[in-house]
Structure formats: C-alpha cells, structure tokens
Design a protein around this ligand. Sequence first.
Ligand code: NAD
Ligand code: UDP
Length: 363
Amino acid sequence: MQQTVPDKNDTITIVGCGGFIGSHLLDRLLEATHYRVIGIDLVSGKISRHLNNDRFSFVKLDMHDIPSVKPYIERSGIVILLAALCNPSLYTTRTLDVIDVNCTGTIPLINMCAEAGARLVYFSTSEVYGRTAASLAGRGDDAESCLLREDCSPFILGPVEAQRWSYACAKQLIERVVFACGQEHGLNYTIVRPFNFIGPRMDFLPGIDGEGIPRVLACFLSALIARKPLRLVDGGRNRRCFTWIGDAIDACMKILERPEAARNQIFNIGNPSNETTIAELADRMIRLWRRQVPGASAHGIAVEEISARDFYGPGYEDSDRRLPDIGKAERLLGWEPKTGLETALDTTIKACIDLYCPALRKE
Ligand code: NAD
Ligand code: UDP
C-alpha cells in the first residue's frame, strides 16, 4: 500500500517535547487538534502515554545534532522551541551549559527555521526583564509602575559575577536573533515569555526522580513529602505570578490558531491576579497539603528562612517582582488566564500525591 506523506502544514515539531510544558502541549495537540507532532528530546518519561499514538513520533535526539534534527524541521510547517536548561540553581553552577543550550546551541535551530520557511514559536522567559526596574527606582510596591510590557520595558541585568543572569542574558540574545531573522530573512515567528507556569509534571523531586534544586513549586512539594521545613530564600519576600499550565496551553493554542495576529509578536503569558510572595505561597501550600493529607497536621510542618547564598551558592541574585501586562495577549489573541492560585495549587498537590505518595492519604 502506498504511504501518504503528511502535509507540512499539518506537522509540528516540538524541540524539548519531553519537559513540563512540552508534555502538556502534546496532550492538547493530540487530544484537540488534527496536527501530526514530532517530539524531539533526550527524555520521554513525561510523555510516555503518547509514544504509541499514530499522530506522534518521538525522536530521541540531542538538539545539538544539527544534521539529524534538520530533516524534521524541514518537514514541519511549525516548530516550537522549548528545549532549555531553566532551573535557577543551574544558572550559577553550570553557567556554560546554560549559555550553550539556551543560546549558542539554539541559534542553528532558528537559522534552520528561517531557511526551511517554518513558522517558529520560541519560548523565551519572563526573566529577560531581569531585576525589577520599578523596585530599583523605589516604586516596587506600586503595581502600575511594576507592570512589564513586551515592547517597551527595559531589560536590567546584574554584573557578570552575578551569574544568575546568564539564563536571562542567553534568552535575551536569542530573542534578538529571532527578531533579526524576522527582519533580514523573513522568519515568521512568535516569542512567548512565560511567567512561572505551574502544574503537574513540573520538574522533579530531588532524590526521587532527579537530583539538584528544582523550581520553587517542586522544592516545596518535596519538603512536604519529606516532612522537612519549606525553605524561604531571603525570607520569601519576592513575588511571582504563578500561572496555571492549562491557561498557558490555551494561550499556545490561540497562537497556533491565529497566525496572522501572532506573527512577529512577543507575548507575556502570565496571570497577574495570582501574584503572591513566596512566603505566602508556602503558607498556602501547607494549608492545602494539610487538607489533602489529614495526618500531616500531626507532623509539625514548618518554614525556615535561608539566605540566597546558603541555598544557591555564590552568584545568585533575584527579581523581586515580575508582574506581566497581558493586554497584548488579550487584544491580539483573545486570551486571558482563568485559573486562580488556590485551584492551581490544589490540583497540582493532588497530582503530586497521586503520583508519588498515595498512601499518605490513608494515614
Ligand atoms: P523543562 O526543563 O521541563 O523542559 C525542557 C526540556 O528540554 C527537557 O525535557 C529537556 O530534556 C529538554 N532538553 C534540554 N536540553 C536538550 C538537548 N540538548 N536536546 C534535546 N532536548 C533537550 O522546562 P519547561 O518548564 O517545560 O520550559 C520549557 C521552555 O519554557 C524553556 O525554554 C524555558 O526556558 C521556558 N520557560 C518556562 C517557564 C515555566 O514556568 N515553566 C518559565 C520561563 C520560561
Ligand atoms: N525559592 C524559595 N525556596 C525554594 C526555592 C525557591 O524561596 O525552595 C524562591 C526563589 O529564591 C525565587 C522564587 O522562589 O525568589 C521563585 O524561584 P523559582 O526557582 O521557582 O524560579 P524563578 O521565578 O526565580 O525563575
């Protein structure tokens, strides 16, 4: 029987498909669209349930292997770039790898998209904004002054010794490469700046299915399971806008569905209504955990303060507030986030208990 070659316009390649965002994006693409998906990654544990799907091909590849990656890009109408090293603990400890994967190793993929005429959806980061400009000017408590806008807010990084900013700097440079490829080679692109997406399958639990320091949500879940104190870096005073992964995937779908509106645009994707300090996040997670694990009340769950230097080592700095203006995504994509922090955390905690420690519910 003659095999039909899938239409290029029906094919999406996701580089970094096996990670947190990739796994949720893949769920949605396979469940709610007609696209064929090629997923490139080094790992596939989080997407194992799709490995036998006829519309999905997993290709275990290092994105640096350009000759092997190229044919997949060439047969795709859309390429979504997610591959990254994106845990803050790595920015100061594996700086060269962070710069390589997030910048130098990514540039050939962008050039390939331009050459192949593929539409590129590039996942940058809210961290490109760097330190909070309004706070530096003494207006850190004024929300209006803090709002970050895609096309006019400045990028402010710390000195080279503060290697925390290696990731932001790498992603900034890629945004500039993507923009220039649009101007000089006609690349059709959309840049996404995620603001702390959260949900099931985020990162890993140290000592259980990974090593090192994950992002804050997994750090707190790991502490709750181990009945250890939740550690508040520098008192947990910094603020973040945690965004439910389902809302974030809705935004990705709008970007795919509205190619003209999204063409050569940068979008903040985040939930300003969910802004919280990290100390408040810890309190909330402890309360929700106790509700789901009744026996937990008996074990004195606690928080403890720790300096950034003791937690991350030298070279760490932080953004004290990252508040997105999402007006552009609302206007051009018709997208707005719907899920409050309480629901997002409760659902994530439930998924974590189901996966790692269902017996705790019976204690
Ligand atoms: P993740 O770490 O869960 O996923 C990244 C994936 O990239 C992993 O599966 C990893 O194996 C893969 N990868 C790394 N190096 C690779 C290589 N050399 N070859 C092939 N694959 C490789 O991260 P995520 O949270 O899913 O983030 C996805 C993207 O979104 C990243 O670019 C990240 O910078 C950006 N981002 C995410 C958030 C968030 O809230 N999750 C916030 C800001 C930016
Ligand atoms: N943080 C914390 N305790 C932890 C892990 C992180 O207080 O166990 C803080 C971290 O210093 C930062 C915030 O939580 O202020 C968010 O950190 P995360 O690693 O999730 O990512 P970021 O938003 O900084 O990229």
